[in-house]
Design a protein around this ligand. Structure first.
Ligand code: AMP
Length: 185
């Protein structure tokens, strides 16, 4: 978890590789559907372009079918999900049904101004439709309103691992591995 621009996607792939599990990124799946022009993509795009969340039901169903695929049977890493309290409840149900447990909720902490600068830079490089300044600000607001409260929920369960997300990609990656290794000891 972490605000837009915290580096979730980049770090998620590294962590997933390290543990030989698939990285399930709801943002990536939505973007693939948008590129492919599927009905899901057409629906998701409206929300994504405005910096709003795709409705829970759509997102939950997508995650449910993705984590039921054979490559996820031995575990998986979720990137960008859950993002709402309703998604937390749904995920709890899915995990129970699949006899999985959440081992850890990794939170990347970053400073807000740095995040905006990072996203504007990404906009130049990748040209994502949701990386314009107005949309970035809206995405940060939505994160603060809808997603940040989830950290407290998982804190109560004692599974939150906070890692400083500022600095070079490799540096952050080393911190993440160190924090997760501590957890396994
Ligand atoms: P991301 O790449 O994780 O920043 O996601 C890009 C966009 O996809 C978000 O701004 C949302 O519009 C949508 N999205 C991704 N994950 C979720 C989710 N868990 N719930 C609702 N919308 C999502």
């Amino acid at each position: 978890m972490g605000p837009p621009g915290a580096g979730k996607g980049t770090q998620a792939k590294a962590v997933a590789d390290h543990f030989s599990v698939p990285a399930v990124s709801t943002g990536d799946i939505f973007r693939a559907n948008v590129s492919g022009g599927t009905p899901l993509g057409v629906e998701a795009k409206r929300y994504m372009d405005a910096g709003e969340y795709v409705p829970d039901e759509v997102t939950n169903n997508m995650v449910r079918s993705r984590i039921a695929e054979p490559d996820a049977a031995g575990g998986f890493l979720l990137d960008g999900y859950p993002r709402t309290l309703a998604q937390v409840a749904e995920l709890d149900g899915m995990l129970k049904a699949g006899e999985h447990d959440l081992d850890a909720v990794l939170v990347l902490t970053v400073d807000q101004e740095a995040v905006v600068a990072r996203l504007l830079k990404r906009a130049e490089i990748e040209g994502r439709a949701d990386d314009t300044e107005d949309v970035i600000r809206r995405r940060l607001e939505v994160y603060a309103e809808e997603t940040e409260p989830l950290i407290a929920v998982y804190d109560e369960r004692g599974i939150v691992v906070r890692v400083d997300g500022m600095g070079e990609i490799d540096e952050v990656q080393q911190r993440i591995f160190a924090a997760l290794d501590d957890l396994q000891d």
